[in-house]
Design a protein around this ligand. Structure first.
Ligand SMILES: NC(=O)c1ccc[n+]([C@@H]2O[C@H](COP(=O)([O-])OP(=O)(O)OC[C@H]3O[C@@H](n4cnc5c(N)ncnc54)[C@H](O)[C@@H]3O)[C@@H](O)[C@H]2O)c1
Length: 306
């Protein structure tokens, strides 16, 4: 097993990534500007990685075999747009540049399904459903534009050919405490998102358990040396965060999905993870049906679309 440096190690995804990689036997170095990295990390370092010198310093000090870059302003519109764009793009550039310059073997960069462009105020419709990695991107705000830039940054550094890089697009991340009722990133509980389809509808009811996303990261770390350089992967649950089939729900809450939603019967999600299954042998194991701490909801089985 190897030394892995995780940026954003105190975040909702970072905490699961640190624990999962440590449990798999890696020596994990957590780097974050905020406290909260799990104790399983072999070392924890406070650093502001928008500072190029600090980014080079942490990687030069620990010489990790792999870097998992999760640090970002992760919530759209949570800060001024110019700040989100500047911070997220600078972070991706600094971490990729320092990793490649210092001979890190592999780098995984967190992108986001928001790059697809859903929720655009001027209207948005998918080109097809379920959405996969070949679907066109249509960023319209600083956050999803910064994630398109992060993916392109990752691909630009892949061109050097010396470090293997990939990006993952984790769906709406739900860590264990949020199944137990803590507010999600949007401020609503998981149960509220299920009760009020308009909340999760804008992101097409996508989600993933943080431990499943962490499992994908762990698989990627192992697989990257053999993969083509610069690949992008969606990381989503095998079902939708919805009580009804998306064939019924999507046309009600997302105008423009009508021509494509009919195939999303049963529990089918709007995002495909077929690429990760094919290239990595990875599939999410957890579902809201198994994780949500609300027994009343467990008998909610999806019904086939009429
Ligand atoms: N949460 C989601 O639903 C979701 C979905 C898709 C993609 N993502 C992406 O996954 C990654 C992790 O998301 P998350 O939900 O864990 O976010 P989070 O906000 O919980 O964690 C991000 C962490 O990055 C750290 N950070 C921010 N700026 C930093 C800096 N300048 N230097 C060092 N550390 C810094 C923060 O302190 C925080 O602990 C992000 O890149 C996010 O954009 C998240």
């Amino acid at each position: 097993m190897s030394r892995v440096l995780v940026t954003g190690s105190a975040g909702r995804l970072g905490r699961s990534v640190v624990s999962t990689l440590a449990a798999a036997g890696h020596e994990v170095i957590g780097v974050d500007s905020a406290p909260g990295t799990p104790p399983e990390a072999a070392a924890t370092l406070p650093a502001d990685l928008t500072d190029t010198g600090e980014a080079f310093e942490v990687i030069a000090r620990f010489r990790p075999a792999s870097v998992i870059h999760l640090a970002a302003i992760a919530t759209p519109f949570s800060r001024p747009e110019s700040v989100i764009f500047k911070v997220n793009t600078q972070l991706a550039f600094n971490v990729c540049e320092a990793s490649v310059a210092l001979g890190v073997g592999s780098v995984v960069v967190a992108s986001s399904p928001t790059v697809i462009g859903y929720g655009a105020p001027g209207g948005w419709a998918p080109s097809y459903l379920p959405i996969d990695e070949d679907h066109p991107v249509r960023p319209w705000n600083a956050y999803n534009l910064s994630k398109v830039a992060a993916e392109q940054t990752m691909k630009a550094f892949a061109e050097a050919g010396t470090t293997k890089l990939a990006a993952i697009r984790p769906c709406f991340v739900i860590p264990p405490e949020e199944w137990a009722g803590a507010p999600t990133q949007s401020g609503h509980t998981v149960a509220e998102r299920l009760d009020r389809p308009e909340l999760g509808g804008v992101s097409l009811f996508n989600y993933i358990d943080s431990r499943d996303a962490a499992d994908m990261v762990a698989v990627l770390v192992e697989a990257l040396p053999e993969l083509p350089n610069g690949e992008v992967f969606f990381a989503g649950a095998t079902d939708a965060l919805a009580r009804k089939p998306l064939a019924d729900l999507l046309p009600q809450v997302v105008p423009g999905t009508e021509p494509f939603a009919a195939g999303l019967t049963g529990a089918s999600p709007a995002f495909s993870t077929a690429k990760a299954e094919r290239l990595l042998g990875w599939q999410a194991k957890r579902s809201w049906r198994t994780e949500l701490h609300d027994p009343d909801l467990h008998d909610q089985e999806p019904k086939e679309a009429e």
